[in-house]
Design a protein around this ligand. Sequence first.
Ligand code: G3P
Ligand code: CA
Length: 365
Amino acid sequence: MNIGSLSSATFRHPQRASLQAVEETPGLEQVTLSSGPTPPRVTPDASPAASLVGGPLAGPIVIGHRGASGYLPQHTLAAYELAIKQGADFIEPDLVMTRDRVLITRHENEISLTTDVAARPEFADRKTTRQIDGKPVTGWFTEDFTLAELKSLKVTGAPHDGPEFRIATFEEVLDLVDRTGRKVGLYPETKHPTHFDQLGLSLEEPLVQALRRRGYEGAEAPIFIQSFEVGNLKELNQITDLRLVQLVEAEGYPADSPVPYSQMLTPAGLAEVATYADGIGPWKGQVRGTTLVQDAHSQGLLVHPYTFRAENQYLPPELRGTDPSGLGDLESEVRSYFEAGVDGVFANHPDLAVRARDKFLQARP
Ligand code: G3P
Ligand code: CA
């Protein structure tokens, strides 16, 4: 991954998230919607609970998953901005690389499901099949496009299509956070790091360099870097003190490791994770009815489960409404996780998770 050349090695000690003071939010630009679910009105100032971010004293954090992706197309600047406006403490950009080495925000490097690339005749010959994380994937890949070409695409996909949405660069996300006026954390995820490394398009060095240019350094910075892979986190741990989070899938193996995720969640596995990371991001089903939160905390690891979605199909049966396509009682689900001791949640509807967090804190003795 060639990230050892970035700086001298540093040593990481697992620790709980530090506190970050959050100032009042000035008004942000109003997001214009032409169709799709309408976000509830939100006040422009941060909720009282968001006056401190992270850690056992301040309360759990709300991470705007792919932005406020329950309301706007994921990973667009509009979705991130709405998440900030709704009081999210952190916004979550998934990162992949372009052919000309620009970090952009996409959940996948294959972009036919989230852009109109398949309808663009000039790009037809770039359709190909590639092994991604050990599986064949057919489509169009960001590593075959320049930023200018990618910027010419329209972002599509649920819950809202619109020609105004374009692929965002990581620099544009940093600009957005800079001009927000309150401290909003970043929670970037490196997607397919081994794949990009094999292409000579490593994600980690540009990511750390971009963050360093903006002043993100040290374990107090309002940032977590996350990955489902292991090797890149271990290497990141050698070059930066920024906090790192090991993501854990519901089953299977990391793309770069023969150790199954299930083993990662044993006490011994958590102790190993704590040698290079500050937290875990488990699938929320791995938290329910288990001792995972306590086990992770005993290793000094934060616990930020994913993904909390308000649509009925993603909720436990007892929290679903009658309309199959409607929204259920996400607040109750999120609150139950806070009561179970998690340190934060990834939420597609940040406003609802913030409301749940505020009620949880108000009820706390
Ligand atoms: O990073 C937390 C969560 O986003 C992991 O799942 O697939 O949505 O990136 P995914
Ligand atoms: Ca993610």
